[in-house]
Design a binder for this molecule. Structure first.
Ligand code: TMP
Length: 231
């Protein structure tokens, strides 16, 4: 991301945290079941999770299956181009710099992660991507791209790198398989509206919310008295 485009849209959308909390819990629990170690211990309530404390690797790993968003602007690639294979990009986590795109060489040059850690993370990313593509495809959603972060932790005396991030429509691009309707944060980024119905749709299709349930304004008002941790 270029410095001149750092000014970010910010607002609080009631109910988004509740949906993201449930969706992220669902995905991280499923990833645990296929052996992808991650920071989730358990969901505490509607808005909070207990997670493992890690030393975060200061890199955002962007995984792309279809070109859209920043890559299309940066490289002039046509929006919606299906990539031959998943593309992993690295961004240095620094808000003041606008999380600049970097190469693997930068990561090694500045000791942000070791070669062994990067290789491990890349293997995990490809498994996570394969799993999530299948999971979403099964419910009529295309996984376009997403962002992941990883952290270091000692488990039983052994240094490990684990997935340490939420996975939700805030951090993934999700398009309806047939209509290509955006069911993710692009509804906010591009002022498309109907963000909560889109996130609710994702949760319902994943079987997290029952068909008839809705994160209505009434429910949200009640929930907002619970201590908030997540946006
Ligand atoms: P981008 O096209 O804007 O680079 O975004 C790629 C994917 O990464 C998209 O699914 C949104 C996600 N993402 C985040 O979750 N957080 C971020 O800070 C950035 C830059 C992207």
């Amino acid at each position: 991301m270029q410095l001149h485009s750092i000014i970010k849209k910010k607002t609080t959308i009631e109910g988004k945290g509740v949906l993201n909390n449930r969706i992220s819990e669902h995905i991280l629990s499923n990833l645990s079941q296929i052996g992808i170690k991650n920071h989730l211990v358990k969901r505490l309530n509607m808005r909070e999770q207990i997670i493992k404390l890690v030393e975060i690797i200061p890199i955002e790993f962007i995984v792309r299956n279809v070109a859209t968003g920043s890559i299309t602007k940066r490289l002039g690639i046509e929006d919606g181009t299906v990539l031959k294979e998943p593309l992993i990009e690295y961004c240095f986590k620094d808000d003041k710099l606008g999380d600049p795109l970097i190469s693997e060489e930068h990561i090694l040059a500045f000791d942000w992660a070791s070669k062994k850690e990067i290789d491990k993370v890349k293997k995990m990313i490809l498994r996570i991507n394969d799993f999530m593509i299948g999971m979403f495809r099964g419910v009529g959603i295309k996984l376009i791209d997403f962002k992941l972060e990883f952290g270091r932790i000692k488990i039983d005396g052994i240094n490990e790198v684990i997935l340490a991030d939420e996975i939700s429509p805030d951090t993934c691009r999700l398009w309806d398989s047939i209509t290509e309707k955006k069911l993710d944060k692009d509804r906010f980024r591009k002022d498309l509206g109907d963000l909560i119905p889109a996130y609710t749709e994702v949760a319902k299709r994943l079987g997290i919310l029952h068909e008839q349930s809705n994160v209505s304004a009434v429910n949200i008002t009640k929930l907002s008295s619970v201590k908030r941790k997540k946006k």
